[in-house]
Design a protein around this ligand. Sequence first.
Ligand code: NAP
Length: 320
Amino acid sequence: MGRKILWISEETKAKDLGGKVYIVTGANSGVGLETTRQIIKQGGHVVMACRRTDAAEEAALSFTGLKGSYDVIPLDLADLQSVRNFASAFLGKYDRLDGLDCNAGMVSMASEKKMTKDGIELTIGISYYGHFLLTELLLDILKKTENSRIAILSSVVHAGNKKNRHDVHLDDINFNKRPYNNFAAYSEAKVANVLYALELADRLKDTGVTTSSIHPGWARSNFGSGGNFLTRLAFSIMAPLTRGMSDSNEEAAQTSLHCLLSDDAPSHSGAYFSQSSVLYRDRECKAGGWPMTSPNPNARDLAKAKEMVKQSYAMVGLER
Ligand SMILES: NC(=O)c1ccc[n+]([C@@H]2O[C@H](COP(=O)([O-])OP(=O)(O)OC[C@H]3O[C@@H](n4cnc5c(N)ncnc54)[C@H](OP(=O)(O)O)[C@@H]3O)[C@@H](O)[C@H]2O)c1
């Protein structure tokens, strides 16, 4: 029997998003592009926060004829000054923010460690620290906007397996004390994403801003398409073989759309939401859930989340 894909409800799909403003990071590709498309279809306005603005404009050609609108503002999450510039540009132009979709991310296909402009390991630098600074700089406008939401893309890989549950190494974010491993870096970054949604929900209760972390599914996007010739060859050989288990980008956008638009998501602020996914190592998780309990206890540890956030302020140079 095939697995059951979770789709947003007809009620969510029918909502008129006219007048509402959303930010989607990494909106030019994959899950972010399809999340953007559906919001624009429903009349919303999406600010596409992309490092390659030409790619964003090209992707946006496919929105022609849709009810809503878009704007492109450059954002490189691997450069904290670029994040600050994005936030100033956005705040100078808009007076509301209904949803912030922290979607952009990458996994390095190289075995050597790479760093952001600010000296943070690249994977967690983009996935978590760049989004952390962005979110903190936009909290006031989110608080001013009624029923606003923050959706944070994590991944099934944050869960690990019964023998190895990933955790964020706050004492060694940059892999200085242990050998670098690109997949470990990605898994830890994705634990940080789940923890940040949890911490924000706690900090923002009673403000009207709600949060979620997300596993989108196994998207047939550009994800992981970098790397050397052999990696790219392996990906292209695997793609048709895994088609039955993987998701279209539209399917992989459903969980983000549910978190950003449904009436139900805000009553589970801070929770983890997942598309069904064959990739879970824990059998009982494969059906996904909106929301579901992460099988990784390290991703449910609020005290750890608070410690991580406290350290993050110092790392990105923000006063608390
Ligand atoms: N694909 C999957 O199966 C899967 C599974 C679990 C979780 N996820 C998560 O889902 C999210 C979306 O991934 P996807 O599958 O849609 O992959 P994708 O097609 O590769 O899209 C990733 C997006 O992130 C952007 N990005 C990368 N580095 C950036 C930076 N420094 N600054 C700004 N934007 C940057 C990319 O921009 P460029 O186009 O310029 O590179 C692209 O727009 C990611 O957070 C990923 O970790 C994906």
